[in-house]
Design a protein around this ligand. Structure first.
Ligand SMILES: [Zn+2]
Length: 247
């Protein structure tokens, strides 16, 4: 029947590739800590990191939905619940997120420090992750398959790391523009578990030092926090425009 149709009425559309169903762009926001894991304490000894990260994630989600209603924004936790790092990554993977942003705030163990910084996954750890992928799975016993899977995972990881690094630089730049008087601590590499195993570009943002009397007060001030969130919105909108069409 399809052949008959083609011979009688050849159509460019019928002969072309089947268009893929548009899948929404998904951003996963991970409010660091939660539940029994409070994170660090603020300078006032009262506010905990887990509360600051949740408020920041909720504000960021609302701002993103206003700016890009067609984009789906999911949180890895929506309340004061204990969520393991593996569960956070699983939740982002389960919704096929295109970007994972983990939100944190710092405390210093070595005297007063200030500034904001963004982390991407450490290269060495990324390689270990690829090897781990190779060892697991139904045909893990077959060395050829394991090697191919390891190589594919390595390719995926290097592409994700490149995108994550670009996004991380933009995050820093947007914060630096809004807070020229604060220290730009730059983009760093680390072996954070929450970045490991993510099947999408993933970064971890440290918004500032909660234990510092001035910077901590800034992070607790809704107006100042809105500026932090605004910078993150700009970086994410830019990321969306760069990558939404090439997934
Ligand atoms: Zn933290």
């Amino acid at each position: 029947m399809a052949l008959a149709l083609l011979t009688t009425a050849p159509s460019v559309e019928a002969a072309g590739p089947v268009p893929m169903v548009e899948r929404p762009f998904v951003i996963a926001l991970d409010p660091g800590h939660g539940g029994s894991n409070s994170g660090c304490a603020a300078f006032d000894g009262v506010v905990r990191e887990k509360d600051v990260t949740l408020v920041m994630a909720q504000d960021l989600q609302a701002a993103l939905q206003r700016r890009m209603p067609h984009v789906r924004v999911v949180l890895t936790r929506s309340g004061d619940e204990t969520v393991t790092l593996a569960e956070r990554v699983q939740r982002a993977n389960a919704v096929h997120a295109d970007l994972l942003l983990s939100l944190h705030a710092n405390a210093s163990s070595s005297g007063p420090q200030t500034g904001f910084e963004t982390y991407v996954l450490d290269v060495g750890l990324a390689e270990r992750d690829a090897a781990q992928v190779a060892r697991t799975g139904s045909d893990a016993g077959k060395p050829g398959h394991a090697h191919a899977r390891s190589m594919l995972r390595e390719l995926e990881l290097s592409s994700h790391r490149a995108r994550a690094a670009g996004f991380a630089r933009r995050v820093q730049q947007e914060q630096a523009e809004r807070f020229p008087e604060r220290m730009d601590r730059g983009v760093k590499q680390a072996a954070f578990d929450v970045l490991l195993g993510a099947r999408m570009p993933a970064v971890l943002f440290e918004a500032g030092f909660l234990d510092h009397p001035e910077e901590g007060a800034r992070l607790l001030d809704p107006g100042q926090r809105a500026l932090v969130v605004d910078g993150l919105v700009e970086a994410i909108v830019d990321y969306y425009h760069q990558h939404a069409r090439q997934r």
